[in-house]
Design a protein around this ligand. Structure first.
Ligand code: ADP
Ligand code: ASP
Ligand code: MG
Length: 450
């Protein structure tokens, strides 16, 4: 059972979490929690301020101390448990303060330091949630995920090492579960083999939960969040978004990859490998049935099921007139992205040019420089990918026509269709993304047929 930031955002919400876990105590749950809502953003903001030597980091440490102490106070009665919690909060925040001072003094913020800083939110929250459970009569045990989830050292987006992680999960968590204890782990954070703190990327607690769930293996993985399940579109953009009772692994993976924030993009993979169903449930509305993600759904083939979008995309166009009838060009282009470890999302080619999109702009200047010898390079920043996800797309006549018709005067920079049966994606300027999403939603989900 994984509980996101909003679900652990206040003492009242955490009491709700304890109830959800208690109801399922006989199923022997393992719990993974995010940081309290907004905390990871705040930690990262503090790091930026420290780097720029601006005032603020100390205030952030204080703010975090006050908020966590208040929540801890509401959830525990005075005594040893509260004292232990207060000591833990003080110790973690003293570490944070020292890291901020280090960043300030050195004028340097490495990805490794940023991970150590970003990890503080979950280090605090999981101890508080475990204490709250014990206070309410459950037998919970806080377990630091850094001793359990082993990753490589790609800081900021570390990849779990499956064999080591599986061994440690089983060794550490199974005995606790068998004794009737509820292990409570921080999501998002992990460590390398050497014990250096890493994170799985923003929103990574979902991924932690599925990695741990697959390693146990659990019977089910539940992602408890602040909406009634996976919806046809982000409800913040389209208020009439509808809940999808069933979603296939393939559809969920596409939606998550192309921006549906409700799931971290990598969440589905461990579940698929072990064939474990993933549920999306609402802590604010626990009676709602939610979404069940499994290998197959009972949905009829051939239809649009949901829309996702992702901003902050760059389109790279490489034109090479001599590419005409040449081979090896595409391989040379991709070799550059490979070297910079930058994944490419969408691709379109013509006889003399190739366009592709990247999400991660960090290495873009270096990539541009390396592509320059291959042809004329143009980069369009500030773009968005909009994806229509469903089933049996390539056999469905008229789908693209409906899509273009719905978009009307919104300029489409690039389109990718046919590579998979479940996804039709296109690129528009970022400031047109919401409008494109709304028009598509109206066309495919609000007209009675989809
Ligand atoms: P948590 O803190 O629980 O991990 P997130 O904020 O990461 O929660 O993810 C939940 C949010 O994802 C929702 O509040 C919603 O705004 C957003 N979201 C985006 N696309 C979708 C979608 N297709 N279905 C449901 N929620 C979505
Ligand atoms: N707290 C982390 C974040 O805000 C991880 C998560 O919530 O899943 O990105
Ligand atoms: Mg999330």
């Amino acid at each position: 059972m994984k509980f996101g930031g909003t679900s652990v955002g206040s003492a009242e919400r955490i009491r709700g979490v304890v109830e959800r876990v208690r109801e399922r105590a006989s199923l022997r749950p393992v719990v993974v929690v995010s940081a309290l809502s907004g905390v990871t953003d705040l930690l990262i903001r503090g790091a930026g301020l420290a780097l720029e030597r601006k005032p603020g980091p100390e205030e952030i440490v204080l703010e975090l101390k006050t908020r966590h102490r208040e929540v801890a106070t509401e959830l525990t009665t005075a005594g040893d448990a509260r004292l232990a919690l207060f000591n833990h909060i003080s110790a973690v925040l003293a570490e944070l303060s020292a890291l901020y001072v280090g960043v300030h003094n050195l004028g340097e913020l490495s990805p490794r330091s940023l991970d150590a800083i970003s990890a503080m939110g979950e280090r605090l929250s999981h101890e508080i949630v475990a204490a709250a459970m014990n206070e309410q009569g459950l037998s919970a045990r806080a377990v630091d995920a850094r001793g359990v989830l082993v990753t490589d050292d790609s800081f900021g987006r570390a990849l779990p090492l499956p064999d080591e992680t599986e061994a440690r999960v089983r060794q550490t968590l199974l005995p606790l579960v068998k004794e009737g204890q509820v292990p409570v782990l921080p999501g998002y954070i992990a460590a390398t083999r050497e014990g250096i703190t890493t994170t799985l990327g923003r929103g990574g607690s979902d991924y932690s939960a599925s990695v741990i769930g697959a390693a146990l293996p659990a019977e089910a993985i539940q992602i408890w969040t602040d909406v009634d399940g996976m919806l046809t579109v982000d409800p913040r953009v389209v208020t009439t978004a509808k809940v999808l009772p069933e979603v296939s692994f393939a559809e969920a993976a596409e939606l998550a990859y192309f921006g549906a924030k409700v799931l971290h993009p990598a969440t589905i993979k461990p579940a698929v490998e072990k064939g474990i169903a993933v549920g999306i449930l609402n802590t604010l509305n626990p009676e709602a049935p939610g979404t069940l993600i499994t290998e197959r759904t009972s949905q009829p083939e051939g239809g649009a099921r949901a829309i996702a979008f992702k901003k902050g995309i760059s389109v790279i166009l490489i034109a090479q007139p001599r590419m005409l009838m040449a081979y090896g060009f595409v391989a040379r282009v991709f070799e550059v992205f490979d070297r910079h470890r930058t994944p490419v999302d969408l691709i379109a080619t013509s006889e003399v040019s190739i366009s592709l999109t990247v999400d991660d702009a960090e290495r873009l200047p270096a990539i541009e420089a390396d592509l320059a010898p291959l042809g004329e390079v143009q980069v369009l920043r500030g773009m968005a990918i909009v994806s229509l996800v469903g089933q049996g797309f390539v056999r469905q006549a008229g789908l693209a026509a409906r899509m273009f018709g719905a978009l009307g005067d919104i300029n489409v920079v690039m389109i990718s269709f046919g590579a998979s049966d479940v996804n039709l994606s296109f690129v528009v300027a970022q400031d047109k993304a919401e409008s494109a999403v709304r028009r598509l939603h109206r066309e495919f989900f609000e007209k009675g047929r989809a």
